[in-house]
Structures are given as structure tokens and as C-alpha cells.
Design a protein around this ligand. Structure first.
Ligand code: RP5
Length: 165
């Protein structure tokens, strides 16, 4: 019996990132996308980072969502070690509210791309959705669930505001 394949790796630099990165995991779970969740720190566990990024493609992952805050090297370092798509989520830092995280992740040199999302939970949710879109390129069932997810949110928007809401 072969193990079920995992399509998406959701990684973060610290336990403290989990409250943000859970939004990526939650939407992937809602869409039925098989994913794994790991703490992989660029600064505190560099060898774990190297092993994770170097083995990701051979293990069958199709995309990696990487969240980090502050001096947020994790997404860029992962992107330097794999040609899998890497989606970076800037975690809202305590001192600079995530602007440091955003600039650390988005300002990659030409040749090593990181698809960078918004700061915080909205970015994590969108990273999960974008990862699902990438998986859906080769998985029609995920594509159908994603289309349904989007249609439900469109249908939920009222035409006019209400005092009750
Ligand atoms: C980064 O440092 C992590 O991604 C986290 O956002 C930030 C702070 O980490 P902790 O000090 O809370 O572990 O590496």
C-alpha cells in the first residue's frame, strides 16, 4: 500500500507564527487539499530547512507555503533550494507590524522568485487558496471544490447594506 500523497507543505519559522498560518491550513482543509504542517526556522534550524527544501519535490509536494516574521528569510531560502513554487506569507511582527516581514519576503533578487501575499491572516488564507489553485491544475476534484468555494462567497455578498449586519 502506498502512502497518500501530500500536495502542499505549510511551513513557518516559529510556533508563534501558527495563529497566522492556521488560516492557510484551514482553507486547504476546507478544500480537501492534502497538506503537512511543519516548523522550519531559517535561523534556528537551518539544517532542517535545507533538508525540507531539498527533499520536497522528491516527496511529491507541488507547492510550499512559507510564513515568517521579522527578518523573514524562510520563504526566500526555501525558494533558493527548490524549483517548486514558494508562496510567502509575511507574519505581523510585534515591533514593526509586519512591514519588516513583507519587505524581507517580497524583495527577492531576480532569478529566485517568492510569490508574496499580504501581511497576516488574509495573506495566509490567500496563500492557501493560491496553493489550491496550483494543485487544481492537475487535480479536477480540487478545482471543482475551489470553484464552488468561490461561488459561495460571491453568492453571500448582499446587493445593499443592512442595519442588521
Ligand atoms: C521568525 O521570528 C519567526 O517566523 C517569527 O515570526 C519571528 C519571532 O519568532 P519567535 O521569537 O516568536 O519564536 O523567525
Amino acid at each position: 500500500m502506498t502512502a497518500a500523497s501530500i500536495d502542499v507543505g505549510v511551513i513557518m519559522g516559529s510556533q508563534s507564527d501558527w495563529t497566522t498560518m492556521k488560516a492557510a491550513s484551514d482553507v486547504l482543509a476546507e478544500l480537501g487539499v492534502a497538506h503537512e504542517i511543519r516548523i522550519v526556522s531559517a535561523h534556528r534550524t537551518p539544517e532542517r530547512l535545507y533538508d525540507y527544501a531539498k527533499s520536497a519535490q522528491a516527496r511529491g509536494l507541488k507547492v510550499i507555503v512559507a510564513g515568517a516574521g521579522g527578518a523573514a528569510h524562510l520563504p526566500g531560502m526555501v525558494a533558493s533550494l527548490t524549483t517548486l513554487p514558494v508562496l510567502g506569507v509575511p507574519v505581523q511582527s510585534r515591533t514593526l507590524s509586519g512591514l519588516d516581514s513583507l519587505l524581507s519576503i517580497v524583495q527577492m533578487p531576480a532569478g529566485v522568485p517568492v510569490g508574496t501575499l499580504a501581511i497576516g491572516a488574509a495573506g495566509a488564507t490567500n496563500a492557501g487558496l493560491m496553493a489550491a489553485s496550483i494543485v487544481a491544475l492537475g487535480n479536477a476534484e480540487v478545482g471543482a471544490r475551489l470553484a464552488q468555494w468561490r461561488a459561495e462567497r460571491t453568492a453571500a455578498v448582499a446587493e445593499a447594506p443592512s442595519d442588521e449586519a
